[in-house]
Design a protein around this ligand. Structure first.
Ligand code: NAP
Length: 310
């Protein structure tokens, strides 16, 4: 049997957590391998501008920031593989990682698979996905130039993306299930002051209707019980995220929301397996916190490897 090619460290995921971990591990000469998943950079790659990552007083484009992270990690020897992991065996060391490209083994793993947008689970959502229903204003906003769109959700994401949509859309109507936003004060001020943004409170969407493309939404006011319809060209949904943990089910400990459980050293319940970023953080969800977690995970993995060798 051919001898296993065992890496010191494999990183699954290529958002800020994965690329920061890669930088730290590369600088320790571990030549980490990063499996990028579907999209290098994850959610940040779809972010128009990042305004709260220190060091960029004017803000920086999400794709630009990711490119800089990548270049910096590669400069010290990280290997970026455009491949996705399909299975993981954590039952023995070295850990076995199966990707579309083949089988790989690693002494340590850093899991940074992030999270995906939560679905509304309303009739019509699947049918019109990509034909008026979207989870990414940065990706799809320009299709709605001069059109009327609705934004679902009351958090920072909904407000940030809603404000972005005002660049293109004629009107942006935020539909929120309560009568108060969850978003931070600064974001609230920006949306309340914006002439293109309207609000429909205490209301949920019960159906998305169209012919080929979205035409209208059915609404249900949770306070009055009233049902109504609203004509719209687009439905942008920002109601939180679900962590990408399918690969780890039955192998790693997760919390009640399905996020990986890590200790303060980013260690999961299996020694040698670390997790960082949004897959293990439902609370902060920032580029800087994810990158910080990634750096911490790599530092701890480096210590773990040092202990193993003696
Ligand atoms: P979030 O804060 O969890 O907000 C989700 C929103 O969706 C809430 O308003 C929630 O309503 C609503 N919602 C959830 N499920 C729903 C459903 N089934 N139907 C209708 N509405 C539903 O999520 P997020 O906005 O993605 O933000 C997550 C974290 O990232 C937060 O900590 C946020 O501060 C941070 N973030 C920060 C920035 C920034 O600082 N620039 C940008 C984006 C995100 P309720 O309010 O009634 O629960």
């Amino acid at each position: 049997m051919a001898e296993k090619n065992v890496q010191e460290m494999i990183i699954i995921g290529s958002g800020p957590a994965g690329l920061a971990a890669a930088l730290y591990a590369a600088r320790a000469n571990l030549q980490p391998v990063v499996f990028t998943g579907m999209l290098l950079g994850g959610q940040v790659a779809n972010t128009y501008i990042v305004e709260n990552y220190p060091g960029f007083p004017e803000g920086i484009g999400g794709p630009e920031l990711i490119e800089a992270f990548q270049k910096q990690a590669e400069r010290f020897g990280a290997r970026i593989e455009y491949d996705s992991v399909t299975a993981l065996d954590l039952s023995e060391r070295p850990f076995k990682i199966t990707t579309y490209g083949g089988e790989h083994y690693a002494k340590t793993l850093i899991l940074t698979t992030g999270a995906n947008p939560r679905k509304l689970e309303a009739p019509g959502e699947e049918e019109f996905n990509g034909r008026g229903v979207s989870y990414c204003a940065t990706c799809d906003g320009h299709f709605f130039t001069g059109k009327d769109v609705v934004v679902i959700g009351g958090g920072d994401s909904a407000m940030e993306e809603g404000l972005f949509l005002t660049r293109f859309a004629n009107s942006v109507t935020v539909i929120h299930r309560r009568d108060q936003l969850r978003a931070g004060k600064l974001m609230q001020e920006r949306v309340f002051d914006h002439p293109k943004v309207n609000f429909i409170w205490d209301t949920v969407i019960t159906e998305i209707i169209g012919e080929g493309v979205v035409r209208k939404v059915k609404l249900h006011n949770l306070k009055t019980g009233q049902h109504s319809e609203l004509a719209t060209d687009g439905v942008f949904i920002f109601i939180g995220h679900i962590p990408n943990t399918e690969l780890y089910k039955g192998q790693l400990e997760m919390d009640e929301l399905g996020y990986l459980v890590v200790d303060k050293y980013m260690q999961t319940n299996i020694p040698g397996v670390f997790a960082a970023g949004e897959v293990a953080d439902s609370h902060f969800r920032q580029v800087i916190t994810s990158a910080g977690m990634g750096a911490a995970a790599a530092m701890q993995a480096i210590r773990f490897l040092e202990k193993q060798t003696g």
